[in-house]
Design a protein around this ligand. Structure first.
Ligand SMILES: O=C(O)CCC(=O)C(=O)O
Length: 420
């Protein structure tokens, strides 16, 4: 058993503190069983994911950088004024203006790292690596939001909820804002893009808890099924102590809920959204804030760009791999086309078709596809072999062409001679 400074989780497991990681044996805090549960249910709630000290520091960092607590909001007039994150918020206590997105200032020199620890907590990184199945992952998102006690179901974004006229306030999946990738049924998730909510303060009944719907309760193909309806029996409210974390996926159905001032007349619910995705070369389109719909533009802008850009323009703008990349399986291409009506899938299908033909025919005729695939294939291990084959075939093809040309020239010359 190692001994090293740790942050002492409630269940006795430990995380080495920064600066000691190299000499400590890191413990797995989110267990394999919990990860299996996450994949089975579509979400996983870990109460008190942050230690008490981490949680308190993060909350102070939240008030300093993003928005003050309920008392500040009341003291400032509790106006439903436009504030941070497109809704209502008290002024931050220390930052000049509300800072919604990671990274934040550590104004108090917090010993645990303050608000910035949340998105890059070693236990979170460790769990995300194991869920995604690689250490090559990247943080895509870390941003704050707050909801204050307000009557009549007002939410932080400034809308009433549940809002029958705006389905986005009901049960929904998050992929629409988090990725330009295709929509999927939650059970088809490939777990390459993880979303999480931190509740930085305790959430009690009445505090507008987020509601999570288990995979097993989602039956989108069943006639008459609606998430809204299913939630009445099957959803779990994220009621928790401070510093709790809920892993979910961008395809998990979930919803906001009303703040209930009868039950909780005062208070606030500060949260942080965090997401991670696979950082493989051909997944870089998937979720980094500046390559997601959350990062910029609007729905119309994204639709216009995706349906009018050439493959190369899509490649430089959003890191969408070029035709010929292994990402563009028939299934993925169809799903992508399903999301972006008007997107031209032809170059992707053609390149895949040529590659398949090439592979089927044992690489005898590299032709155009050889050059195309050579320039577009990801330099991953599984592609190296194919790349070498293509190069060899392209070489053989060129030699054969040269030989053919020489033969033709010789034949032409002897025909000329025989005419003389
Ligand atoms: O904060 C909430 O109450 C709901 C959040 C939500 O549904 C979302 O971020 O997708």
């Amino acid at each position: 058993m190692h001994s090293c400074p740790n942050d002492g989780h409630d269940d006795g497991t430990t995380t080495p503190l920064e600066g000691h990681a190299a000499v400590c044996v890191a413990m797995v805090y989110v267990t394999d069983e919990q990860i299996a549960q996450y994949k089975r249910d579509g979400y996983l709630i870990i109460p008190s994911f942050l230690s008490e000290a981490e949680s308190a520091d993060a909350l102070e960092g939240f008030y300093d950088n993003f928005a003050g607590p309920y008392d500040d909001w009341i003291a400032q007039g509790a106006n439903p004024k436009p504030g941070a994150h497109g809704g209502f918020a008290a002024d931050p206590r220390k930052a000049g203006g509300a800072t919604t997105v990671f990274p934040w200032g550590n104004f108090r020199d917090s010993p645990t790292g303050g608000l910035n620890l949340c998105p890059v907590h070693p236990d979170l990184i460790d769990a995300c690596e194991r869920i995604i199945g690689t250490t090559n992952i990247r943080l895509c998102e870390g941003h704050c939001g707050i909801k204050y006690a307000m009557a009549d179901g007002w939410r932080q974004s400034g809308k009433r909820e549940p809002d029958p006229e705006n389905a986005r306030d009901g049960y929904h999946q998050d992929y629409g804002n988090n990725t330009i990738g295709p929509g999927r049924a939650d059970v088809e998730d490939d777990y390459q893009h993880i979303a999480c909510f931190y509740c930085l303060d305790g959430v009690s009944p009445g505090h507008g808890p987020i509601q999570m719907l288990r995979h097993s309760a989602t039956k989108p193909n069943e006639e008459g099924w609606s998430a809204q309806h299913a939630s009445a029996v099957d959803s779990e409210k994220f009621i928790c102590p401070p510093g709790s974390l809920c892993f979910y996926s961008i395809f998990t159905w979930h919803a906001a809920s009303d703040w209930n001032t009868d039950v909780a007349p005062t208070g606030a619910r500060p949260v942080m959204w965090v997401s991670y995705s696979n950082a493989d070369r051909n997944r870089l389109w998937d979720g980094g804030r500046y390559f997601s719909i959350k990062g910029g533009g609007n729905g119309e802008g994204w639709r216009d760009a995706i349906t009018s850009f050439t493959p190369r323009q899509l490649n430089v703008a959003f890191m969408l791999p070029m035709p010929g990349d292994p990402l563009w399986t028939d299934e993925f291409t169809t799903a992508f086309a399903g999301r972006w009506e008007g997107w031209d899938r032809t170059p992707y299908d053609e390149a895949r078709g040529k590659l398949e033909l090439f592979q089927l025919e044992g690489g005898d005729d590299a032709g155009d596809v050889g050059a195309l695939a050579l320039s577009n294939l990801a330099l991953t291990a599984e592609n190296r072999e194919l790349k070498a084959k293509l190069a060899a075939a392209a070489l053989t093809g060129a030699e054969e062409e040269e030989e053919e040309e020489e033969e033709e020239e010789e034949a032409g010359a002897s025909a000329q001679l025989s005419k003389l």
